[in-house]
Write a new protein. Structure first.
Length: 399
């Protein structure tokens, strides 16, 4: 994400700014088709040029009073747009994540909001053809006075911050944002990028918003995942573009022992109800979420185990709905390791997933730092990082 110089917006009430959808920019792009993207490779030769499904992208932030928002705006080949927003509202005492799909004529195709109040339970809402009810009355149209950006602009340095008092009032213990580089393992050829925003709340729950654009596969995924203090999924929203076009969107809600999925896309309207165990994770495919698979790993150092994963259908076959199935994924823990990547130096835990992919994740929140699969010539590396409240070795901290 990169900061833009934006004019303050007059508003009657704090909340999300629904960004003006007329930005003109340029981009780079995305896909992944397994529980952990690095577990498979090969196939048809990969694209080395622009992603045909992602025409342009822009990123920035808005700040007024106690409200702070990071945003990213993606423009697709059919003229539709995807807007991702991360918000801290100190006055209302909430932290929220939102993903919207807007048609070329600016009408709402799908709206998703997940809101975490400092006091009370998290709420998520999903609607098609309108804004979710949770958002009604807290959205206002903003005129963005931002400069044009290049494809995949770097994160702002220094980072704009929501401010410690606003974070405290919103119940945010720590937050981070960053970017991963998708490359080949052997020669470092670029394949795409992924951006993420991680939030840890005072009640122990966590939220993760991410979007990746793999130009090598002409794919772009936008995802929001949420887990509770016990690291169990609570809600998710997933939107996919594949090499063959828009695959659809799926809203997932966990209700006790039931996973309820609501899909709409080229394969029609589909719903799914599936019994889920006490410990499992959602395989949405952007690599930032792969670290959370280790929360359900039943093994230990020196004793391989399995993780239960609800793995989403993510192929380019538009006749297949974006629903999932529970699978067992082998996992093996190797213990603590300190590693250095372009994004900084981190104290990590090293796991092997699926028997072939090595992943290094932060010890406290399982934030992915590096992921490699030598067998399939894949590497995913944290190249930019910003955050507050994270245990990063001071002498190696990157801003």
């Amino acid at each position: 994400m990169t900061a833009s110089h934006l004019q303050p917006v007059r508003r009657r009430r704090a909340g999300f700014f629904l960004l003006a959808l007329g930005l003109q920019i340029a981009a780079n792009a995305a896909c992944a088709q397994t529980v952990a993207p690095g577990m498979q490779g090969g196939g048809a030769p990969e694209n080395t040029g622009p992603n045909k499904n992602l025409v342009s992208s822009a990123a920035g932030y808005l700040s007024r009073g106690s409200v702070f928002e990071d945003w990213q705006l993606l423009t697709h080949q059919d003229g539709s747009r995807t807007l991702l927003v991360w918000q801290v509202d100190g006055r209302r005492g909430t932290q929220s994540d939102a993903i919207f799909r807007v048609a070329a004529d600016s009408s709402i195709l799908a709206g998703y909001v997940h809101e975490q109040p400092r006091a009370g339970s998290a709420r998520s809402e999903f609607a098609r053809d309108r804004l979710p009810g949770l958002a009604t009355g807290i959205f206002s149209l903003a005129q963005i006075q931002g400069r044009q950006t290049q494809p995949n602009p770097p994160l702002a340095k220094p980072a704009a911050s929501p401010g410690h008092s606003n974070l405290k009032r919103a119940g945010v213990v720590r937050w981070a944002k960053g970017r991963y580089a998708y490359t080949t393992f052997k020669d470092g050829r670029a394949r795409g990028t992924e951006d993420f925003h991680l939030t840890v709340h005072a009640d122990g729950s966590r939220s993760l918003t991410m979007w990746h654009d793999i130009f090598a596969r002409h794919s772009q995924f936008s995802v929001n995942l949420n887990i509770d203090a016990a690291q169990r999924p609570t809600a998710a929203f997933i939107s996919y573009w594949t090499v063959n076009g828009y695959k659809g969107s799926t809203y997932i809600k966990i209700d006790g022992s039931q996973l309820l999925a609501d899909y709409r896309g080229p394969a029609g309207d589909r719903k799914q109800a599936l019994a889920v165990p006490a410990q499992f994770s959602i395989g949405s495919h952007p690599v930032a979420g792969d670290g959370w698979h280790t929360f359900s790993c039943d093994g230990a150092v020196g004793r391989p185990g399995n993780a239960r994963v609800y793995s989403m259908e993510a192929t380019g076959d538009l006749s297949k709905p974006m629903l999932g199935e529970l699978t067992d994924m082998p996992c093996e823990a190797f213990g603590a390791e300190r590693i250095t990547v372009p994004g900084g130096t981190f104290d990590t835990l090293h796991f092997r997933l699926g028997g072939v992919s090595d992943i290094w994740i932060t010890q406290q929140d399982r934030m992915m730092v590096q992921f490699t699969t030598e067998k399939f010539d894949r590497a995913y590396t944290l190249v930019e990082f910003q955050g507050e409240g994270f245990a990063v070795p001071a002498h190696k901290r990157r801003t």
